[in-house]
Write a protein that binds this ligand. Sequence first.
Ligand code: PEP
Ligand code: MG
Length: 942
Amino acid sequence: MAKKIAKKSAPKKAAKKAAKKPVKPVVKKSIKKAAPARAAVKKYVYAFGAGKAEGDRTMKDTLGGKGAGLAEMTNAGLPVPPGFTISTQACNRWYDEGRKLPKAIEDEMMAHVRRLEKIAGAEFGSTTNPLLVSVRSGAKFSMPGMMDTILNLGLNDAAVEGLTARTSNGRFAYDSYRRFIQMYGNVVLEIPKDKFEHEFEAVKHAHGATVDTDLGEGGLQETVKRYMEMVKRETGKAFPQDPLSQLKGARDAVFRSWNNDRAIKYRQMYEIPDHIGTAVNVQKMVFGNTGDRSATGVGFTRNPATGENKFFGEFLVNAQGEDVVAGIRTPRPITELADVMPAAYKQLRAFTSRLEKHYKDIQDFEFTIEEDKLFMLQTRNGKRTGYAAVVIATDFVAEKLMKPSEAILLVEPAALSQLLAPVFNPSDWKKLPLATKGLPASPGAASGQAVFTSEDAVAWTEQGKKVLLVRKETAPDDIHGMEVAQGILTATGGMTSHAAVVGRQMGRPSVVGAGALQIEEKAKTVKVNGQTIREGDWMSFDGLTGEVKVGQVATSPSEILQVLAGELKPEASDIYQRFSRLLGWADKVRTLGIRANADQPDQSELAYAFGARGIGLCRTEHMFFGEGRIEKVQRMILADNEKDRRAALAELLPLQRGDFYGVLKAMHGEPVTIRTIDPPLHEFLPKREDLMVEIARLEATRGDAAELASKKTLLHRVEQLHEFNPMLGHRGVRLGITYPEITEMQARAIFEAACQLAKEGIKSSPEVMIPLVGLVKELKDQKAIVDRVAAEVMKEQGVKISYLCGTMIEVPRGALTADEIAVEAQFFSFGTNDLTQMTFGFSRDDIGKFLGSYLERKIFDRDPFQSIDTVGVGQLVAMAVEKGRKTRPNIKLGICGEHGGDPSSIHFFHKVGLNYVSCSPYRVPVARLAAAHAALSVKVGD
Ligand code: PEP
Ligand code: MG
C-alpha cells in the first residue's frame, strides 16, 4: 500500500510564516520615529548613534533584523553605542561583483567610519583613545550562531597601548587584543581554532596557569606575540595592522559566512530564502569585561520557554557577550543583577518593558554594562516555544496590550503541534530516582538512548532508534543531530546557550547546564550521581522542570489531548483553556472551513474535538484492512464473475455500513465526504514474491494440497492484476467503471447508514466523492449509480437524506476541463497529492531518491508534496476554481491532499477562494490558526 502511506508533513518552519505575516508598524508616542532616509543615489550604508538613526524597524529587508532594531532603539533614545549598518543589498552586490564591493560603496563606508570616529570621539589606531568596533552579521531573519562575528576590531600594536592608557588596565587591553587576533585569525584568515588553543595552552603551561584568568598582563603579551608568529607562519603574511583593512576583511568574512554550510543548512530548515543576504553591523565596542563594575547579559521580557510574565535572562560580571551565549561559563540569573548593580538593573527593566510595549511582542535583548553604565546592544522579537507563544498571546490580550486579532498573529500555526507533544505519566516518572537537575530550556518529555555525537544521533535514528543527544555543549554544526533527537541534554550553558535557543526553536525538549553530568565524549560515557551511563543506555528528562533520570519512561499524551479524551477536566488545564481561547479567536477571523481526513469513528471524534467541522476525505479502502475484512475483500477481487463478486460485496456491505454510521455520527451533522474505492486492487492481495516463496515451500514439503491450490489461484490473479505503473493504472474511477457493483455496494452502505441515523433522529450530510476523474463522462457514469442507489435506499427505508455527489480534481485533465466536470459535480475536492504527482510527473513514492539533490541544488525551495507548488500545480487549482464556479456558481470547493495541513499552502488555498481545507486530525488546530493568519494577511494586501 505504498500509495496509502500518509506523507506526514513535518512541522512547518517559522521563518516562512514570518515572511507572510503582516507586520503593521505600531509607533507609540513615547518613542520618536525618524523618517527613513530616501537618498536619490542608492544608499548602502546607514548610520545610527547619538540619538538619531537613518533607518528604522520597518527596514529589516535592508538593515536585517539586528540593524533595524539598533536603528529603532537609537531613535527611541535608548543608550545604544553608535555605529553603522552595511545593507543586505551591499552583500548581494559583493557576490554579484565577484566578491568585492564597487568603489562607491567602499567610499560610502569610509565616510561612515569617519563619522563614527567623530561621534565616538575616538580614532582608529589611536595611541590615546582608539576606536574599537564589533562587526556582526544580521540577516532579516535571525539565524543564531550561524554566521560570523568579530569583536575588538581596530586593535593593533599601537591601539593596544592606547587601550591600556585609556583604561589603565594593561591586562584587559592585552586580553582584548589576544581575543581579537584569535577571532580574526579564525574567521577572516581561516586559521583553525586549535592552533590558537595550542599557543595559548603553551603560555598558560609556562606560567603555571590553570584557567585563562590566572594569566597576567605579561602572559597575555607573550600570547599575543606567539599568535602573531603563528599567523605569519600559517598565512605567510603579518597580521594586518591597519584597522581599515581589518574592517574590510571582517566585513567580507561576514558576507562570506552567509554561504557557509551551517548557514545554508539553517536556511533550508527554516525556509529562509537564499537570495536575501545579510547586513553587517559595525558598532563601537563597549566592554563588559573591564572589571567588577562591568557585565554583559542577555534576556527576555518574559520566559520564552513557559511564557510566564517574569523578567528572564542571565548575565556574567566581567565578561564579553560571547561568554554568555557560548555556554562556556554558566551565567547568573538576571534577578541577581538587582543586587550587584541596582541602578543599571532598574534602567534595564524600564527600557525593556518600554520595548515590549512598543513592539507589542516579547523582546529578546542583549546588553552590556561598562563601568556601571548600561548600553543596549540588541532587541528583537523573542523566539519562543509553542507553549510560551500561546501563553504570551493570551496574556497580552488579558493585559489589554492588544486585540485578539493581533494576538493570534503572535503564534506560528506550526508551533501549536508542540502543545500536543507527549508528557511523562507522573506515576511512572516518580518511580525513577532523580539523577540530576539542569535548566528547563525547552518543554516536553524526552526519553531515548544516550548518544554523544550528532553523527551518532543521525545514524541511530536512521536505524529506527530513539535517541537523546547528550553533549557538554552544542555548537551550530550539531544542528542535524538536534533535529533528529528526542531531546537535547547538555552539561554546561545557560537558558540562552545554543542548545537552549535552538532546542526551543525546533520544539525539541531540552535540558541544559546540568552541571553534575560528567561527560566523556570520546569514551561515550556520562557519569552522574555515582552511575555510569554508556552509549545506548536509556535516559529521560522533563524539559519543563529540568529533571534528568536514568532509564526509560513511557510518555503519554499532552494535557490538551487528555482534556479532549475526557481524561482531564478543562478547568484543570490552564494551557488547554488558553489553547481553546486562542483558537476561538482564530475561528472568528478565518473564512476557510476546516475539515479532517479521517476513516474511523474514533479519528473522526478526535477531529471534531480538535475543531474540525466536517470530514474532507474518508478513504473507504482503509476500512478494508479492519479485522477479518481483508479475506472478504480478497474474495471480491478473486471472483471472476459478477455473481461471485456481488456475493463477496454483500458480505462487506454491513461492515462498511457500520463504519460510515460511526463516522457520520461523530460529525454531528457536519458534511462527511466519503470517497469510493481508489487504489489498484493488487494492493489488497499478497505480494507476488511472497506467494511464490510460499508455493515453493508447500511443494517442497508436500504441504496441504488445498492450500497449495488456493495459493496458486491467488498467484494467478496477482499476476493478472500486475501493472507496470499502478499509480497510472487501474485505480480510482476506473475501478468503478469496470466493476460498477463496487460503487453500488459503497453507495448503498453510505445511504443505509445515513437512513439508520435519521431514524435515530441524528442528522447526517454525506457527500459521495469519485476519485481520479479526468473526463466528465467518467463522473456521469458513476454519479448515475450513486443517484440510483440513493433513490432505492431512501425508498426502501422511507427516509429522505440530502446528499451531494462530486469529484476529486487530481488529474490535470480534470482541472483543465473543470467547467465540463462541474456540470455533473456538486463539489470538487482537490487531491493535491496526485495532482502534484501528475503535474510534475514525479512519482509520490519515488521522489525520495532525488528530492535531496533537488533541494540541495535549489531546484526546489521545498518539497512540493509538503507545500503546494503555487506556480504550477497551484495554477491548475486556480484555473479549476474559476472554471468550476463559472459553470456552477455555488459549487463547493475544498482540498484534501496533504497540503491541507501546511500553513503556507493554506495561505494559498485561502487566496484562490476555496471553501475549506482538510487535513489529518492532529493538524486541525494548526490549520485553524493558519487559516486565520491567511485571512488577516490577505486583508492587509499580502
Ligand atoms: C490526493 O491525491 O491528494 C488524495 C487526497 O488522495 P490519495 O492521497 O488517497 O491519493
Ligand atoms: Mg489521490
